[in-house]
Design a protein around this ligand. Sequence first.
Ligand code: NOJ
Ligand code: CA
Length: 525
Amino acid sequence: MAASPESLWYKDAIIYQLHVRTFCDSNGDGIGDFPGLMQKLDYLQELGVNVIWLLPFFPSPLRDDGYDISDYTAVHPSYGLLEDFKAFLAAAHDRGMRIIIELVLNHTSDQHSWFQESRSSRENPKRDWYVWSETDDHHKGVRIIFVDTEMSNWAWDPLSKSYYWHRFFSHQPDLNYDNPAVFEAMWNVMKFWLEMGVDGFRLDAVPYLVEREGTSCENLPETHAIIRELRKRVDQEYPGKMLLAEANQWPSDVCLYFGEADEFHMAFHFPLMPRMFMSVQLEDRKPIVEILEQTPQIPDSCQWCLFLRNHDELTLEMVTDIERDYMYDEYAKDKGMRLNLGIRRRLSPMMDNDRWRIHGMGDNVYLGDRNGVRTPMQWNGGWNAGFSGADPERLYSPLISNPVYGYQAINVESQRRSQHSLLSWMKRIIHVRKSSRVLSRGSIEFLKPSNHRVLAYVRQLGEEKILVVNNLSKSAQAVELDLRKYKGSIPIEMFGGNLFPRIGDLYYLLTLGPYQFFWFRLRRI
Ligand code: NOJ
Ligand code: CA
């Protein structure tokens, strides 16, 4: 189906990842909720984001922060009612923002009624909805993802005296996609939310949907067939909606999830993410350039979703063993900062709160699992950081309160007052980024100046060209760029609108302060 320009909205999206429970508590029970989130829509609009990705907000025993779902078509009572969600969705749409929600296809909570029925007897009609076995010796070589908590991908169910398959926590049994009824049940879940008006889904853990003996049980053709069928139905019945893949795989494997523009619209670029951290620490563009050059072209209607951090550990699955050791040595010396194959820290502390790299919210590595990066939003310096009126002991999580990152020091209200805060800078950069589609849709060509501490590239869309130059190092740098192809053009710096010297026959000389960057439009005037 030919995509209309409007249906390609996700290609330019600036997505704000948000967990309702962390954002704003409206009823003083210490837990963020939909009415609270609604009150903060002004803030998100002001920031300039145009899509909100909500983490799981469904009924759940919350043993994996909601990724353990016990009912797919309702709202967790702590977060409000379904009516509250609908009101939030309408208010976001009124502001021109789109909402994408989580779709956890691979597994449910063991508290889900489907699993309860499935384990109740071997004759139960839902028995075959999960992956059961008499022994735990199938799929022997399949890797364990949560290596710090799980010993096996099989767990023993004492009730039905057999083993069930799980790729994540043992309280998250995998659904059996060889049973068409499971697929239809999930399609009904999607229809439920699409009918309500959500704009798309982030599909959790997609590589693991189907298992086959003698394989890694990841990225199987049968899994791709399931995605293709979902996409076909979405396109037919709900055109303009978007599917985003969480597939933590190497570029060549992730690319398969775009298919021939008949699987996902978007996918996270997991291999690029750790390499941006490596490039900054090594003060060398090589890791970034290498991985992007190894990334195959994707269909025109598809888009990469680029990110630095999220609600999980900074995963180091898509790096070599040597690279992982380097990342641990540089960013997680303290073993308590590591989890599974990753680093459970927020961005700012990883950057030493260096104002030239980033400064923002801190983390709390003393909270277990990934909870240290899931603490409440810091709105102001008052009671509970303006997050909740509850007694502090009642909050779903303690606030960050140390002198450097604590809410008295780092909060929205104080950052709003300063032109030089991270918040104000973020608003500006989002504004500039939105001023040109070249930065989201353009082709990319790397320049290879001899100074490898500088990452420079030209992006082009039609006649429009943007030159980006980044100093990856902590000291000032000079760089000579071969821009002869653009001879006669004038670089216009995009934040200030100032004209730089016209490009001529010589290499173009630029000097950059520590971690400084330039975005230039190249114009023939
Ligand atoms: C990926 C999610 O990002 C993570 O938070 C979750 O624990 C696993 N999937 C299992 O659902
Ligand atoms: Ca609440």
